[in-house]
Ligand binder design. Structure first.
Ligand code: 5GP
Length: 199
């Protein structure tokens, strides 16, 4: 069976990564999303094992020591990591696997898996990003400014991603990512089987 592809998706808080990923998975049901581990507090609407594996710092450290993460990073005071084994299992089963992770982790994946496809989702502008963060309602102005500052840090890493997709209209952003995935599949290196007959 053909192996699936590893897809790294990053982008600043408020850009709508989660919504884009959800819409992408609805359009293409074979795509899977990796469930990360984190040491951050569970939010009221979250389910352990579905949204994240919520771990203590000790449990997280044990997983690092046992080399069970494909990548891991600290992000605003909490640890986040991608358990490697389930990702490999899904890839072997032929699923494309999305890692929705921040940029330090994204860079680690690019280094370790040269075949990973990397997409950075950008906002149409910083003004719009700020407005989206304010629109969430649960965020005071100080937090908004902190997140915008963090977004600037992430944008500095964005040129290391293979593709940059703007999330202005959700449908367009999802179509753009599908175009990326289609173009990747058409790359000559993935089409060699079609040329075998000529041998
Ligand atoms: P949140 O706490 O809001 O769910 O996520 C905060 C940030 O951590 C987001 O940018 C999210 O994409 C990122 N993140 C989630 N899981 C992982 C992971 O496994 N590894 C890394 N490096 N970042 C992650």
């Amino acid at each position: 069976m053909k192996k699936g592809r590893l897809i790294v998706i990053s982008g600043p808080s408020g850009v709508g990564k989660g919504t884009v990923v959800k819409a992408l998975m609805e359009r293409d049901p074979q795509v899977r999303l990796s469930v990360s581990a984190t040491t951050r507090q569970m939010r009221p609407n979250e389910i352990d094992g579905v949204h994240y594996y919520f771990l203590s710092c000790g449990e997280f450290e044990t997983m690092i020591a046992e080399d069970r993460f494909l990548e891991h990073a600290e992000y605003v005071g909490n640890f986040y990591g991608t358990p490697e084994e389930p990702v490999n299992r899904m890839l072997e089963a032929g699923h494309d696997v999305i890692l929705e992770i921040e940029v330090q982790g994204g860079l680690q994946v690019m280094q370790r898996r040269s075949d990973a496809i990397s997409v950075f989702i950008a906002a149409p502008s910083f003004e719009i990003l700020g407005n989206r963060l304010r629109g969430r309602g649960d965020t005071d102005e100080e937090k908004v400014l902190k997140r915008l500052q963090q977004a600037r840090v992430e944008y500095r890493v964005a040129p290391r991603y293979q593709y940059i997709v703007v999330n202005d209209r959700l449908e367009d952003a999802v179509s753009d990512i599908q175009t990326v995935l289609r173009a990747e599949a058409l790359k000559s290196e993935h089409q060699q089987h079609l040329l075998k007959e000529a041998d």
